[in-house]
Design a protein around this ligand. Structure first.
Ligand SMILES: [Zn+2]
Length: 159
């Protein structure tokens, strides 16, 4: 379930907000605000009702938004399980063409073996995946049990 991005600038810096007020201000559910609290949004004090300082909210949301935007550095894809960019296991990457000139890179996370994807333009593949073996595939993987020639290549890692 993709979380909606909220606009931190809707929060006034010098106001304090209850959970309800903050939810209304940002057009999110109250549970979302509680979730933020669990994720590190600090209330003004331990009093009830819980109040948040606008500046703290804006700071929290800005950091949260920017951490999501972190681009993967070359040689990595974003692993949703590890929640960070990871290198492909064995340096092996598939390129799945989606439309002329671009498609998805697909690889296995070297840490948790989850399948990772990264959208890429075909011309950027070498730049995005330096030193990786990129195997071009034919669109969606077929279920017909075709033998992939790539299985025969040796898996030794060069450096
Ligand atoms: Zn992983």
């Amino acid at each position: 379930m993709p979380a909606r991005r909220v606009n931190p600038n809707r929060v006034k810096l010098h106001r304090s907000y209850s959970v309800e007020e903050l939810a209304r201000c940002l057009d999110v559910h109250k549970n979302t605000v509680r979730h933020w609290q669990a994720k590190g949004l600090v209330p003004i004090d331990k009093g009830r009702p819980v109040l948040f300082q606008g500046a703290a909210v804006r700071d929290f949301l800005t950091k949260r938004n920017s951490s999501r935007k972190t681009p993967c550095s070359p040689g990595t894809l974003y692993c949703f399980r590890c929640r960070e960019p990871r290198a492909p296991a064995l340096g092996m990457v598939d390129f799945v063409p989606m439309r002329p000139g671009s498609g998805n890179l697909r690889a296995i996370c070297e840490c948790c073996e989850t399948v990772m994807h990264r959208r890429v333009r075909e011309v950027d593949i070498a730049k995005v995946m330096p030193g990786c073996t990129v195997q071009f595939t034919q669109g969606q993987p077929s279920l017909s049990g075709q033998t992939a020639p790539s299985l025969n290549c040796d898996f030794k890692r060069t450096g």
